[in-house]
Design a protein around this ligand. Structure first.
Ligand code: MG
Length: 261
């Protein structure tokens, strides 16, 4: 522990929830963070929902969060495109996500030279056809929200953006010019800016060693691993990167949190 922790980057899937199930202690944990005036962001690479839709989902699950607490790879991509002054794009995305891009000044346009790929759970052949034709013209920018090949769900895995990108690469030979979601440093840089966080007072809390914990290390912030998702104790023993702290779940984390942080 470097010093008192006042800012937290919280991974969502495998840390706070798993699919549709709220993990043990998660709601109490987030409530305590608010009560103790800690600043935090809930991070997810899942770009099938807009930030507003995520807010609604989290509230339905009992989390007392606000819009400012949600940071998706979709929102990171909106910020990225806005910085690049991109005004329109053909977006593979759900209606809510397309609306979120519009709110950042990126209008949905099937005639655009730019292509944005998000976790479009309403994807169909016609959309792939339009996307392929745009890429083959080689004129605009090609951006994807995140690189994950599959998304874990309660009964297995479903194809995610990385799999869509593989299809488009086979068809066009093109790979994205930028992928602003995790594990891109851009994503964490933006998250830190949004909280106005100081590195020495920031911790990342997650369930994956190769992404969450590695990022914490690379970024010079405290890394906290929870054994509620992907990583098991035996994986941790042989892991090349070690977290600063490990907890079985958020209840155990909370028991030591206010004394230690
Ligand atoms: Mg996770």
């Amino acid at each position: 522990m470097k010093s008192k922790i006042n800012y937290l980057l919280l991974d969502l899937d495998g840390t706070l929830i798993l699919g549709n199930r709220v993990l043990k202690g998660a709601v109490d944990f987030v409530s305590e963070l608010i009560h103790h005036k800690k600043k935090f962001l809930i991070l997810t690479n899942n770009s099938s929902r807009s930030s507003k839709e995520y807010l609604k989902f989290m509230r339905t699950k009992g989390f007392p969060v606000e819009l400012k607490h949600i940071f998706t790879s979709g929102k990171a991509t909106c910020l990225f495109l806005k910085e690049k002054n991109i005004k329109d794009a053909y977006i593979l995305g759900t209606p809510g996500v397309i609306r979120e891009f519009a709110s950042y000044g990126v209008t949905f346009n099937p005639e655009s030279a730019n292509l944005v790929v998000t976790f479009d759970t309403s994807l169909n052949y016609r959309k792939l056809e339009v996307a392929t034709k745009i890429l083959l013209k080689r004129k605009g920018i090609f951006v994807a929200t995140h690189p994950d090949n599959v998304c874990p769900v309660e009964d297995g895995f479903i194809p995610d953006v990385g799999a869509f990108l593989a299809l488009l690469r086979e068809a066009t030979g093109r790979v994205p010019d930028a992928i602003p979601g995790k594990p891109n440093e851009y994503f964490f840089q933006k998250a830190m800016e949004m909280m106005n966080a100081k590195k020495e007072e920031t911790a990342i809390v997650g369930d994956r060693i190769t992404t969450d914990i590695k990022t914490g290390r690379d970024f010079g912030i405290t890394s906290i691993l929870l054994l509620t998702g992907e990583t098991r104790q035996e994986d941790l023993d042989v892991a090349p990167v070690k977290p600063d702290l490990v907890f079985r779940d958020l209840t155990e984390f909370m028991a030591s949190l206010w004394g230690e942080l």
